[in-house]
Ligand binder design. Structure first.
Ligand code: 2HA
Ligand code: ZN
Length: 276
């Protein structure tokens, strides 16, 4: 049974291992979900009864997901995949799920399941069924920015675009800043899902980041790019003398060169105080 899907298992093993090695996934921090294609879903008898989700997401009717387990360590996925991950199936109205595989011997999906599934519902619709991967992780430099600076989505997006010029190509629609809310709550799930319909990344103040993509590589790569920009800012700031930053004209020409359309209102954000 479990030998049927080596490639999705390999991709989550690789991504979770990379997240651990990057220093983004201490203890049980972080979680991953992947919306499966029909042929990736195991043919097996369910391992649980239907469990209510507490909300209904009709866009996800009967969809199946590979998800990490609550309380489980991402760094252990490569060692014991079926202990630390599982496959769930949603019911007809997507108001409940059952476990098809994994979370051995007994366990449940991530505590952030609401945010993951609400995000999947919103990105499936917004991106025409093309995006299947959602990653949540505790990337330290992005988190540090939410302590050091007074941010909103425009300021954070422009700052990252200026601190690593790949960023305006990677995420021209920007990155959402989500002020602190209780992790695991419906409210933060809704705010995250709404944000990720328009941008591929969202930062949770004092906590971490969510990234989306067509696959795990794309979601991981975007988070990595944003995290690198945040680290470059902190590194430059630590010298005590930032003297230059890319101008709006330079940013615009980079985006144009790569056929990206940056969020215009974010280009106008005034980040000068951050570079002083
Ligand atoms: O425990 O990252 O946000 C996993 C988390 C919760
Ligand atoms: Zn977290």
């Amino acid at each position: 049974m479990q030998e049927q899907f080596p490639s999705i298992i390999q991709s989550i093993m690789k991504t979770s291992q990379d997240m651990w090695q990057k220093g983004w996934a201490e203890a049980n921090g972080g979680n991953i979900s992947l919306r499966l294609e029909k042929e990736q879903v195991p043919v097996c008898s369910p391992k649980s009864d239907w469990i209510p989700l507490g909300c209904s997401l009709p866009e996800l009717s009967k969809e199946c997901f590979l998800v990490t387990g609550t309380g489980r360590y991402l760094r252990n996925i490569a060692l014991f995949p079926w202990k630390n991950i599982g496959i769930i199936e949603l019911d007809e109205t997507a108001s409940g799920y059952r476990i098809l595989e994994g979370f051995e011997p007994t366990g449940k999906p991530t505590s952030e399941l609401a945010a993951h599934l609400m995000t999947h519902a919103s990105i499936k619709k917004a991106y025409n069924n093309s995006k299947r991967a959602v990653i949540h992780t505790h990337a330290p430099s992005l988190i540090a920015l939410t302590y050091a600076l007074t941010l909103d989505s425009a300021l954070l997006s422009k700052l990252l675009w200026q601190c690593h010029v790949e960023c305006i190509v990677g995420f021209p629609s920007g990155i959402e800043f989500i002020p602190w809310m209780m992790a695991g709550s419906k409210d933060i799930g809704e705010a995250t899902a709404m944000a990720l319909a328009r941008r591929p990344l969202a930062v949770w103040q004092f906590h971490g980041v969510f990234g989306t993509g067509r696959n795990l590589d794309e979601a991981f790569g975007l988070i990595d790019m944003a995290e690198k920009a945040a680290s470059i800012f902190l590194l430059a700031k630590s010298t005590g003398c930032i003297r230059h930053a890319p101008t709006v004209e330079q940013l615009r020409s980079i985006a144009e060169n790569f056929k990206g359309v940056p969020e215009e209102s974010f280009l106008n954000a005034d980040t000068t105080a951050f570079f002083r």
